[in-house]
Design a protein around this ligand. Structure first.
Ligand SMILES: Cc1cc2nc3c(=O)[nH]c(=O)nc-3n(C[C@H](O)[C@H](O)[C@H](O)COP(=O)(O)O)c2cc1C
Length: 418
């Protein structure tokens, strides 16, 4: 009789925090550090999560609803829970990378956001059957932008996410992880001490016969080779930043190429920018500070949701991302006016902890947390949630960039500066 090891770790995890602990144990320090990310003094990345803890809930004791549903739609796609996969370059976390994330998203009835810096091609990801929104930065000239949009459309992308909130901040107070230019034998030998202590991660890559791929296949020229992550980053750094006319051009080009598929502007922090995004033709925005990786000192994304949703929620799908780690965070965001949320690190921890199953596990943890919160709050659907279901401390909301016409109607700390 074969004896089962009773102390073997159950690969299932009960919370995103446990997934993160496992990711930390499993990943080489530089890879883990690249996911922790953050910028400058880390004020924004910390506030993204801390702000959720400032919000309380007011549960009922009886009269709760047995008929709860959490399906919704974003950019025309029906999703079975109000959580989408936010695009991240998940280079070197897991050999299956974005393909594993896409499979998990599809199996849980939600949409995959695929980064243009991803380690897998848009064709490979869409071949999993996952409904996919392709994300682009403003990099390269207009012809290159059009060519990349055409490729995403031909591959079957159902929407485009333009992420424009990036200011190339360099330098973190806790130091940045080393990212090699290329993972060749020389690099492997040099980084061996950091990697050798992580046999499980190494084994995963060894099993598939792959070494971590630090190239960006979605940025390859037609018929050409995928650029390295660094040459792709260089192209981006040396591209002049986009104007609002460029945003309108981008959304218009995508509409023409795709036959009217939706366009999201990700990274909106200010009411004036939300209004401009709407006027530039976006059908959706994500209220986001890039997970605290862009300009440090930007308020937590959840603090900016209500003022922006109040201003444009009737015209656009307003989603948010940044700091979501549990189902009750999702419910808080929806109660403050978001249609859904997008997750970044939460699924990256799941991917590192247990591949495709780990990402599915994270979505299941969020689903069950959302359901508990709806139960406790005595509501049967997302549409019933309002700010009155929450305890919101005074001064919680941050209304940035309030246009003069709006000032009188915004009763919170507001600024028109910038
Ligand atoms: C490691 C890492 C890589 C990221 N890469 C991208 C990217 O390529 N494109 C993009 O639009 N956002 C990128 N983001 C931002 C995420 O899409 C998202 O805005 C952020 O992770 C949300 O915060 P959260 O991690 O607290 O959920 C990245 C975030 C992380 C942590």
């Amino acid at each position: 009789m074969k004896l089962e090891n009773p102390w073997k770790q159950n690969p299932w995890f009960e919370s995103v925090a446990v997934a993160q602990q496992r990711a930390r144990k499993r990943l080489p320090a530089p890879v883990y550090g690249a996911l922790v990310a953050g910028s400058e003094r880390g004020q924004t990345v910390a506030d993204n999560q801390a702000a959720f803890a400032e919000l309380g809930v007011a549960p009922h004791v009886a009269g709760l609803r047995a008929d709860r549903v959490m399906g919704t739609s974003v950019m025309g796609q029906e999703i079975s829970l109000p959580v989408l996969i936010s695009p991240t370059g998940v280079q070197a976390v897991h050999p299956d990378g974005e393909v594993a994330v896409a499979r998990a998203a599809a199996s849980r009835g939600t949409v995959m956001g695929l980064s243009n810096f991803a380690s897998k091609s848009v064709e490979e990801v869409i071949a999993t059957g996952a409904r996919t929104f392709f994300q682009m930065y403003w990099t390269g000239d207009r012809d290159v932008v059009v060519q990349r949009m055409q490729r995403a459309h031909v591959a079957g992308a159902l929407g485009l996410i333009a992420t424009l909130d990036w200011s190339f901040s360099m330098g973190r107070d806790w130091g940045s992880p080393e990212i090699p230019e290329k993972v060749d034998l020389k690099t492997m030998v040099r980084m061996a001490p950091k990697v050798a202590t992580k046999p499980r991660w190494l084994w995963e890559f060894g099993r598939t016969g792959q070494i971590p791929d630090l190239t960006a296949p979605n940025l390859a020229p037609p018929g050409g080779e995928a650029p390295t992550f660094f040459s792709a980053y260089y192209e981006w750094m040396t591209t002049p930043p986009p104007s609002w006319d460029d945003v309108a051009w981008m959304s218009d080009q995508w509409a023409q190429i795709s036959g009217g598929k939706p366009f999201m502007l990700k990274g909106v922090c200010r009411i004036d920018d939300a209004l401009r995004a709407r006027d530039a033709g976006a059908q959706a925005i994500s209220v986001s500070n890039h997970g605290g990786n862009n300009l440090d000192g930007t308020p937590a994304a959840i603090r900016m949701v209500k003022p922006i949703a109040d201003a444009v929620g009737g015209d656009l799908d307003v989603v948010m991302d940044g700091g979501i780690r549990r189902g009750s965070d999702v419910v808080k965001a929806v109660a403050l006016g978001a249609r859904a949320v997008m997750i970044g690190r939460a699924y990256l921890w799941g991917l590192a902890a247990n591949g495709e199953q780990g990402v599915g596990n994270v979505l299941d943890v969020l689903r069950s947390g959302i359901d508990s919160a709806l139960l406790g709050l005595g509501v049967a659907s997302l549409e019933e949630l309002t700010p009155e279901h929450l305890l919101v401390p005074e001064g919680f909301h941050r209304a940035l960039g309030v246009p003069p016409a709006h000032v009188a109607s915004v009763p919170v700390a507001a600024t028109t500066a910038g």
